[in-house]
Write a protein that binds this ligand. Sequence first.
Ligand code: KG4
Ligand code: ZN
Length: 361
Amino acid sequence: MAQQIRVLGIESSCDDSAAAVLTVDDQGGADILSSQVADQSLLHAAFGGVVPEIAARAHTEKLDIVITAALADARLTLDDIDLVAVTSGPGLIGGVIAGVSYAKAIAAAKDLPIVGVNHLAGHALTPRMTDGLAFPYLLLLVSGGHCQFLLVKGISDFHRLGGTIDDAPGEAFDKTAKLLGLGYPGGPVIEAVSVNGDASRFDLPRPLIDRDDCDMSFSGLKTAVRRTADQLAAAQGGITAQDQADIAAGFQNAVADILVDKTAKALAIAGRLNGFAIAGGVAANKQIGDKLRTLAARHDLPFVQPPMQYCTDNAAMIAYAGALKFMAGQSEAADLIARPRWPLDISVQPMLGSGKKGAKA
Ligand code: KG4
Ligand code: ZN
């Protein structure tokens, strides 16, 4: 008979404080009993990006609230929980410490086992949690902090085939929106204004597209957007709503082209697969999702796009990954530490020159 446990998951590695309660069995089956996310975007909006110190403070306030809400929503108390799973890296260290400390306190008070989960493993295992996708599969993780192709072969067997060498695409969406004066977060607003834009008006670059590997770069694209906007502003004394829409559409098209081209290359080197999945906030983009779905169909591969609330940061994926790790006998003792950097695949070199803060993984 399959082993089954009830797990409380906690996530606080970026700008979402999240908690979830799941029942997970050792065959990979999952029942998500509750999943709560307290979004901090309003706190960071004025800065056009996540401010680590503000995020860490907000986590210390919000974790208690989301954990209480997740238990209430599942109609359970801590006495019904068998395991605490918490994101212990990679991420903004203040937030990770807040989550790990909270998880340790619960585990100590209730004498529960605790397991530290790699945030990226949570994303990587999500298509299995939501759609039962069998190993091996290819995952493209595209968010504000991450951008990589992962060949997912088992619950702790991940191979990174490539990733960004500078910005993550979500970061590029956010920065482009900021310089066009469109607000934060950038992805949804760029997508909305692009509908009225002419993507072919400006010639924007597709960096690294002529290379055979599946590494990506978005920083040159962002610079080209800035140059285009500056030139227009200098020539016209400002940019119009139509200029904004045309630049946004051209930018979105360029990101979609890069992701499609590099996914084709990743599929070519991945070997036999049971499916291709996407995750991360940028996966919410319809144009990008549609183009990747078409590509998967051309390769006769099932395409999995988990429900949006599990594509973006959440604690259900952390509970799930933690439960599988625990049932496989891979849990840590209560001295688990918070880690700002934690590559999933240590067999490949960390990405060089990755962004201002360096590669997270
Ligand atoms: O996965 P996520 O919620 O958080 C992390 O970064 O881990 O992703 C947030 C990112 C933001 O940069 C946001 O601009 C981007 O995802 N995003 C989008 C869309 N919705 C959110 N990018 C493009 N199109 C969208 N519709
Ligand atoms: Zn994430």
